[in-house]
Design a protein around this ligand. Structure first.
Ligand SMILES: C[S@@+](CC[C@H](N)C(=O)[O-])C[C@H]1O[C@@H](n2cnc3c(N)ncnc32)[C@H](O)[C@@H]1O
Length: 220
């Protein structure tokens, strides 16, 4: 049996767990606190090592949080990080093919994963389908031009510096052109096209910490 069953993807997942996932933990705490849902069901698409799901569900027995990711290794890391918390579940699954029935989730999040999506239209359609009427999808992508709020990053000594973070975000976040492309995909999805949708009302484009954020509400 191979130590790294997914090969290169596994190595990337372990590197992410030790690097960015460590550094972004305060950011994930702020996102969980800002969304501030304490009951119902929350889906995190592209959960990676699982910290957002873990912070979202901490101390909230009335809330079930489900993190999904296409990487089996990431799901294994997330399972380890959750340390037995019962209201948090991680499953290997694509956001483009979610096994849950329609109208299951109160909140859907997608943090720093949209830049990986091969078929954003399929994921947005699925996010809409599984969301309860009135539920919200939060999409976050790091902005290469944003300032780095000091308390949003956990550092080992002075590492990572602000300069290193911004260089990473140029590579892995979304510049304005890519963000505009994602927004166009959101507008073309059921969030913008459903009969009851009013994109001016139910899609907002804003900033939170060092992220660009889109909040897409499924009309009630
Ligand atoms: C940069 S990591 C971000 C992880 C986590 N959300 C965070 O903020 O730390 C991006 C993750 O998205 C996952 N991913 C990419 N495409 C996906 C898809 N279609 N469905 C679910 N997960 C996906 C990748 O496997 C990877 O773990």
């Amino acid at each position: 049996m191979s130590l790294f069953p997914e090969g290169r993807r596994s190595l990337t997942a372990y590197a992410y767990q030790l690097g960015p996932a460590f550094a972004y933990q305060p950011a994930h705490r702020y996102i969980a606190a800002d969304i501030d849902v304490s009951e119902g069901v929350w889906l995190d698409i592209g959960c990676g090592p699982g910290w957002l799901a873990i912070f979202a569900g901490a101390g909230k027995p009335e809330l079930d949080v489900i993190g999904i990711d296409t990487s089996k290794t990431m799901i294994g890391i997330a399972e380890n990080n959750k340390a037995g918390r019962l209201n948090i579940t991680f499953r290997e699954m694509s956001g483009a093919d979610i096994v849950y029935p329609a109208h299951t989730f109160d909140v859907v999040t997608a943090v720093q994963t949209a830049h990986h999506w091969q078929d954003p239209a399929a994921i947005l359609t699925e996010a809409y389908r599984v969301m309860k009427p009135g539920g919200k999808l939060y999409i976050y992508e790091a902005d290469p031009d944003a300032q780095v709020p000091a308390d949003w990053i956990r550092r080992r000594g002075v590492w990572p510096t602000d300069g290193v973070l911004r260089r990473r975000w140029k590579k892995w976040g979304m510049d304005q052109a890519r963000w505009n492309g994602l927004k166009a995909a959101v507008l073309a999805s059921p969030f913008g096209q459903a009969a009851s949708a009013d994109p001016d009302e139910n899609i907002s484009d804003e900033r939170h910490g060092f992220y660009r954020r889109m909040v897409c509400t499924r009309p009630a």
